[in-house]
Design a protein around this ligand. Structure first.
Ligand code: HEM
Length: 483
């Protein structure tokens, strides 16, 4: 694979479906055109209506009811797409029928009209303008930054000590996104951003509740922390914008590019072809939040999986040593680190940080003979599709060899979509692969990771806005002797 020119399509090569299960099978309730699905009351009794059970609930729906599942929760209609063909139809072909989901719509009150929350046509315009910051040459330039911060982090590890690698990965991903996208590397500033982001993330669970805008204004300490986090981030970002507008030097980061971006495809009648400060702020905040926790979660899961699979960890250490010796990895090494890439890919399969992709039907439409009502919630659950035994034999087993070129070639597109698909596909995907591969290779090059006694087995998960490890991920770290 050419180095940073990475896209989901390379990990989910399109093939005609020839294996069993190639054609989606939709089961209907007798005498209706309504797909089968779980009834509400038994779900309530099992606790499946609560978010902490949501990932396993969606997985059990897929196994029990098949490729398309319908259920209702307190009057809200939900259609769940579990087959690769249906996932593609939902995310790509039928995207014009959809809006962002409710959580994203409510998140506008804090994220504004950034890439995650905005609707067409604003979304496409913003996406065009932000795209250059994510081009492959830019990402290649970020390679050094990734390696530098990863090495700096591990230099703080004491040989033989126990480290919470999740806390470490959160800080690492924040440093990387801060530097690559906003050229911020002052340690004190990273600390401030980390604290503000953490407080601010407290808003996201509120987006599941009605009237989050009122709740966040309540005079409660938790709400004050969220408001302060938001104010702190706003203050920081607007200050950076002011400083950059005053000194127009191109610093080679996202902020410089957003400030300089001109929408060349805008119709000549459009009122403005550059971004306002508010738009730049919304995009900066969006990228900061979207690019930080997702990558950190993926890396934390990958490290714990490596600790649980010492034979794969040793192969990865050998690959890193053979390719890098003792020198720091660069973007040019990406193509020479195929096992690191497969390990990251397999971690994203088993523990996709975006574990479900949701939309709302903006209008009523017909779908495979089914009437989808306006307002129906449509979900494509990465967590369930990535563990479907039809595409992933022995699905719970960690096996990076599932991502060799030959293995990928026989899998349908839509069986693997950690970065989504269609017009809202992750814009940071190339950066995420670069971070994942270079950080894993750099850690394996110098460190051996060991699980703590009693920690083997499935990793406890906490599905929230993103799929996180439940609690800290503690591993013993041992320095490797370089030969
Ligand atoms: C392993 C890491 C990551 C994963 C698993 C991930 C996953 C995703 C997914 C699934 C979407 C699509 C959501 C949808 O369709 O509703 C998305 C969108 C997005 N991601 Fe990522 N992401 C990751 C890293 C990043 C990074 C590093 C950045 C930026 C630095 C980023 C920025 C964004 C943005 C701005 C969007 C919105 C794109 C749009 O709607 O046009 N992500 N991400």
């Amino acid at each position: 694979m050419a180095s940073p020119q990475i896209s989901a399509s390379e990990h989910a090569i399109i093939r005609p479906l020839t294996n069993p299960g190639a054609t989606p099978e939709i089961r209907f309730k007798p005498g209706t055109r309504q797909p089968v699905g779980p009834a509400f009351w038994p779900r309530l009794l099992r606790g499946d209506v609560f978010r902490q059970n949501a990932a396993s609930f969606l997985e059990s729906n897929a196994r029990q009811f098949g490729d398309l599942v319908y259920f209702e929760t307190l009057g809200v209609r939900v259609l769940q797409f579990n087959h690769p063909v249906l996932v593609q139809e939902m995310l790509v072909r039928d995207a014009p029928h959809h809006h962002r989901n409710m959580v994203m719509q409510r998140s506008k009150m804090v994220l504004g009209e950034g890439l995650l929350t905005s609707e067409e046509p604003l979304h496409m315009r913003q996406r065009r303008m932000a795209a250059p910051a994510f081009h492959r040459q830019r990402i290649a330039a970020y390679g050094q930054v990734i390696t530098h911060f990863t090495r700096q982090m591990t230099q703080g590890w004491a040989d033989g000590s126990v480290v919470d690698v999740h806390a470490e990965m959160l800080l690492l991903a924040l440093r990387i996104v801060g530097k690559t996208l906003f050229d911020t590397n002052v340690e004190q500033e990273v600390g401030k951003i980390a604290a503000a982001v953490e407080a601010f993330m407290g808003f996201m669970p509120l987006a599941f509740l009605p009237f989050p805008d009122l709740i966040v204004r309540l005079p409660l300490p938790a709400m004050r922390r969220i408001r302060d986090g938001r104010a702190g981030l706003d203050e920081l970002i607007y200050r950076m914008i002011r400083e950059r507008r005053a000194d127009s030097t191109d610093r080679g980061d996202l902020l410089s590019m957003l400030l300089a971006a001109v929408d060349e495809e805008a119709p000549s009648a459009a009122p403005a072809t550059t971004m306002t400060d508010q738009q730049v702020r919304d995009e900066c905040l969006t990228v900061l939040l979207a690019g930080h926790e997702t990558t950190a979660n993926a890396l934390s899961f990958a490290l714990r999986l490596l600790a649980d699979h010492p034979e794969i960890q040793e192969q990865l250490a050998a690959e890193s040593r053979d390719v890098l010796g003792d020198r720091p990895a660069t973007a040019e090494d990406y193509a020479r680190l195929p096992l690191a890439e497969r390990v990251f890919a397999e971690a994203l399969r088993l523990y996709p940080p975006v574990w479900v992709t949701a939309r709302t039907a903006a209008e009523a439409y017909e779908y495979r003979g089914i009437s989808i009502a306006q307002g129906t919630i449509l979900v494509a659950p990465q967590y369930a599709v990535h563990r479907d035994p039809r595409w992933w034999p022995d699905p719970d087993r960690f096996d990076p060899e599932r991502f060799t070129t030959a293995a990928k070639a026989v899998r349908p597109r839509g069986a693997y979509f950690p970065f989504g698909a269609g017009n809202r596909q992750c814009i940071g995907e190339g950066l995420a692969w670069m971070e994942g591969v270079l950080a894993l290779a750099t850690i394996a090059q110098h460190w051996q990771l060991l699980p703590l006694a009693g920690d083997k087995g499935p990793i406890p998960i906490a599905p929230s806005i993103s799929l996180r490890p439940h609690g800290p991920v503690r591993l013993r770290v041992q320095r490797r002797a370089i030969t």
